[in-house]
Write a protein that binds this ligand. Structure first.
Ligand code: PGA
Length: 256
């Protein structure tokens, strides 16, 4: 199975800065096979960057998209407009769930809209600190997972990528802590088991699952060797070119 390293730039970098970063990234990239390097710049940068990149080396992801393809939705950008520009879209990131108040129903429609427009959704799930403290981690993960996947047909299931991101481990969250490999392994197991119970072992096996939350060159190797983890969703460290390149190098070594 491929290993995925996805950089989530969030609300950082102008169009010019994004272009320069990608130019330098391409120059520093090692050669690899079976590794998918993806970056998620701001929506504004996607169109020019889509012309700049060699898609055999780097792919683009949108950080969001709207679930209707067109119509009276001021300020939104639809997956039909993103179609052709990006291969992936991050959907249901915790910043959108908690700051922008996106609910499971909205996320479910976005996942379906992405697939309808030939864009692979990276569906983010993960508990907040209090849910973990109250023993609600498994329920939260299951609800977000099955909620997000509710409109996905069996045929399309293998197109979905799941990212487990415990909210309390995201570097920009106040008082963020590092998730231990055993905590991650436990949550990945919940995700894998839920997928097996809902869709069967054969279909579940084909689903890519990533981990994200304060990933850095110093912990990437540890997270990548957890059974059931197929890659990483990297926030802060993806903004620092040499750290992102280091993480890609580590992924290459872990695979070898
Ligand atoms: P982080 O962000 O790596 O800065 O913790 C990850 C994410 O929010 O996707």
């Amino acid at each position: 199975m491929k290993t995925y390293i996805v950089g989530n730039w969030k609300l950082n970098f102008t169009v010019g800065e994004s272009s320069i970063y990608l130019h330098k990234l391409v120059k520093s990239l090692p050669s690899y096979r079976n590794l998918e390097v993806v970056v998620a710049p701001s929506t504004l940068s996607l169109q020019p960057l889509s012309l700049q990149i060699d898609r055999k080396r780097i792919k683009l992801a949108a950080q969001n998209g709207f679930y209707r393809d067109y119509g009276a939705f001021t300020g939104e950008v639809s997956f039909s407009q993103l179609r052709g520009l990006v291969d992936y879209a991050i959907i249901g990131h915790s910043e959108r769930r908690y700051i922008l108040k996106e609910d499971d129903k909205t996320i479910q429609k976005k996942v379906a809209a992405a697939i309808r427009n030939k864009i692979r959704p990276i569906l983010c799930v993960g508990e907040i600190e209090s849910e973990r403290a109250f023993g609600e981690t498994a329920d939260t993960i299951k609800d977000q997972l099955l909620g997000g996947l509710a409109d996905v047909s069996d045929d399309d299931l293998s197109k979905v990528i799941i990212a487990y991101e415990p909210v309390w481990a995201i570097s920009s969250v106040k008082g963020a802590k590092l998730a231990s490999p055993s905590e991650v392994a436990e949550a990945i197991d919940i995700i894998r088991q839920t997928l097996i119970e809902t869709y069967g072992a054969e279909a579940a096996k084909k689903i890519t699952v990533l981990f994200g939350g304060s990933v850095s060159p110093s912990n990437a190797g540890g997270y990548l060797t957890i059974p059931g983890v197929n890659g990483l969703l990297v926030g802060g460290a993806s903004l620092i070119l040499h750290e992102f390149v280091d993480i890609i190098e580590i992924a290459k070594k872990v695979q070898a």
